[in-house]
Ligand binder design. Structure first.
Ligand SMILES: NC(=O)c1ccc[n+]([C@@H]2O[C@H](COP(=O)([O-])OP(=O)(O)OC[C@H]3O[C@@H](n4cnc5c(N)ncnc54)[C@H](O)[C@@H]3O)[C@@H](O)[C@H]2O)c1
Ligand SMILES: O=C(O)[C@H](O)COP(=O)(O)O
Length: 619
């Protein structure tokens, strides 16, 4: 364990410069792909310059495969294997450019056998594209296209290791998913599925299937993103009172469609219906559980078209059996397909569909076109806006900026995980302190990395250099940049980076600085990114593994107390630092851990008497 080493601010004299706002997406993408980053490069600029990333991010167009598998294959064209049903318009686009092999329902063995003959593979959620597939491709597979949003079925790490670009189709099925949510909501309220099955079984049970009305009822939407906001619009048309809980969504955008953003507590306790639209992340995993069901109004009804894992399914069965939850309507399951004897699926108060949210003719045509264009672009060597695992820039040009790029993303990840409440993120300020001249440090890559860190942990969107500014704008987040010019040697590109989120509450109130923003600041030390400030507290902890932040009364024995709780559970402390306002007053302890502590360990830390608040953050 390292000794505490509070950091002092390195700035000597300096002045501040506001950097111009990011270029809108339409202008940025093509220009960026063609141009170097600076108009007037200097020696330092040369080192930090990013060439057009396309060629390195995605491979150039393929040469013909002599053994292309599709019958009638044309020499000189790449081969695309379409492994799940794809809309005709997308197939037509693909056929103009490539040999297309539509082989649906392949077994894993058949897929492995074919893949070494293919330059690209297109799937939906039904095909597992694991490490075995990339290994079996023998290096030929260069693009995987996911015809939809979620890439849970694609091993991204293996894809990246094998130099294979993964692209998705993030927008074309949004409306279909929202419509399916509304279909489940109305079908559940009026017992459509159960009544249909009863009548087909020869029964006429009018009293048994009396439903509930929707008008005037409160619908709480959890996750006010693309799908959630479309559900909200539609539910308002049904006369429902719509509220939403999303700690990161913009309250103004919600208000614009007549939706109030509320706390999780308020959503849980006031809703008659709860509809789930958040991504599955470590923070949303089993977000509905025994504890949250216990807070709900008796007789609440739940709709899930997001991901099965956001509900603890066993807890939901208990809540249905006890009557807390009157009904549930589910399109998605922790394991798909669910077991044939699943208590949840067979429950008489549960309506189920087999992950049909995106399955409309129109959505599948849209998705097919979106993914065909992305795959063709990637095969041509262009960087698609929907690239999921594209490197921001090739490794060789990152030599100098590399640790700052990592620092930027990690500061974004930390800052967003500190946000709480229902107000949403509107304004993020990034400050770069550097001794380099303003034209000698291009911050676009750093800004994109901060955006990636801010957005990826909380959404189903993947951020790359092409879509970063657009994605922030689309979510109503304004990112402003400021430079502090330091006196000193311009050898180091950046002295520190500070990320501030304004007008939000924090899960860890000590992260709010004197001026009212969530503030995290970091530096690169010996090539390793470090967190050096949280709120008003100076700390020094290397940004590796995960992090626990505790605020405590500054007194002897605190490091030992927390260290022993972690030690009891075999959680290895990699780094520890304490920053304090003044001796024996308040202090913030930043603890780097290699393993994720269990909930009970975190509870024990919170129960240490002098600990006033704490938070666990994934880096
Ligand atoms: N059933 C289907 O066929 C189908 C189709 C499309 C999308 N989906 C799923 O729907 C979900 C939403 O998709 P989207 O495109 O709207 O994504 P999105 O990224 O646009 O929106 C997700 C929203 O969830 C919010 N969020 C994150 N963490 C949260 C938390 N802890 N509490 C509350 N809100 C939180 C984010 O801020 C964001 O606004 C995803 O899980 C996606 O995989 C399912
Ligand atoms: O992630 C998605 O896009 C949806 O869950 C739909 O998946 P699907 O394409 O397999 O229907």
């Amino acid at each position: 364990m390292a000794a505490p080493s509070p950091t002092t601010a390195a700035a000597t004299t300096h002045h501040r410069i506001l950097l111009p706002s990011p270029t809108p997406r339409g202008a940025l993408a093509p220009a960026f792909l063609r141009l170097p980053l600076r108009a007037q490069p200097s020696a330092h600029a040369q080192r930090a310059r990013l060439p057009a990333p396309v060629a390195a991010a995605a491979p150039a167009a393929s040469t013909a495969s002599p053994e292309a598998p599709a019958s009638g294959a044309v020499a000189g064209k790449p081969t695309v294997l379409v492994a799940e049903k794809l809309g005709a318009a997308g197939l037509a686009l693909l056929r103009e450019f490539a040999n297309v092999d539509c082989s649906y329902g392949l077994s894993p063995e058949e897929l492995r056998a074919k893949i070494s003959l293919c330059d690209a593979l297109i799937v939906r959620s039904g095909t597992k594209v694991g490490r075995d597939v990339f290994e079996a491709s023998g290096g030929r597979l260069r693009v995987v296209g996911r015809a939809g949003v979620g890439i849970d079925n694609v091993d991204l790490a293996a894809a990246t290791e094998h130099g294979c670009l993964v692209v998705n189709a993030p927008t074309a099925n949004t409306v279909a998913a929202a419509e399916h949510g509304i279909a489940l909501l109305t079908a559940m309220a009026r017992n459509i599925a159960q009544a249909d099955a009863s009548l087909k079984a020869g029964k006429w049970q009018r009293n048994k299937y009396v439903g509930v009305s929707l008008v005037g009822k409160t619908l709480a939407i959890l996750g006010f993103g693309k799908v959630g906001s479309e559900v909200a619009r539609r539910a308002k048309g049904l006369g429902m009172h719509v509220i939403a809980h999303d700690p990161y969504a913009s309250a103004d955008r919600a208000r614009a469609i007549g939706v109030e953003l509320v706390s999780m507590e308020e959503a849980m306790t006031t809703a008659d219906f709860i509809s789930l639209h958040m991504p599955l992340t470590p923070a949303t995993d089993k977000m509905l559980n025994d504890e949250t069901f216990a807070k709900m109004k008796k007789g609440v009804r739940i709709i899930n078209v997001a991901r099965g894992g956001v509900i603890d399914e066993e807890a939901l069965v208990r809540a249905l059996d006890s009557g807390i939850v009157a009904q549930a309507a589910l399109d998605v399951f922790t394991k798909e397909p669910p077991a044939a004897d699943s208590k949840l699926v067979l429950h008489e108060n549960v309506t189920v569909t087999p992950h049909l949210g995106a399955s409309t003719v129109e959505a599948q045509e849209g998705v097919a076109i979106e993914i065909a264009e992305a795959v063709i672009g990637a095969l041509k060597g262009e960087l698609a806006a929907s690239a999921v695992n594209a490197p921001m820039v090739p490794a060789e040009v990152l030599s100098e900026l590399a640790p700052f790029v990592v620092l930027a993303e990690k500061l974004g990840r930390l800052a967003v995980q500190l946000v709480a409440g229902g107000g949403g993120i509107k304004s993020v300020k990034v400050t770069y302190a550097s001794a380099r001249a303003p034209d000698d440090l291009d911050t676009r890559l750093l800004r994109a990395m901060i955006t990636k860190g801010l957005i990826e942990p909380i959404s189903s969107v993947f951020v790359n250099l092409v879509n970063a500014d657009f994605t922030a704008k689309q979510r109503g987040v304004r990112i402003t940049e400021e430079r502090i010019l330091l006196n000193g040697s311009p050898e180091t590109p950046i002295d520190y980076i500070q990320v501030q989120i304004a007008n939000v509450e924090s899960k860890f109130p000590s992260a709010i600085s004197e001026t009212g923003e969530i503030t995290v600041e970091g530096r690169v030390k010996d090539g390793v990114p470090h967190l050096t400030k949280v709120g008003a507290f100076q700390v020094d902890v290397s940004l590796e593994g995960s992090l626990i932040l505790c605020r405590q009364v500054d007194q002897p024995g605190m490091i030992g107390s927390v260290g022993s709780v972690l030690g009891e559970e075999n959680v290895n402390v990699s780094f520890m630092s304490v920053g304090r306002i003044a001796p024996r007053k308040h202090a913030v302890m930043a603890i780097g851990v290699d393993e994720e502590p269990s909930k009970s360990t975190l509870t024990k830390i919170g129960e240490i008497p002098a600990i006033e608040e704490f938070v666990f953050l994934k880096l």
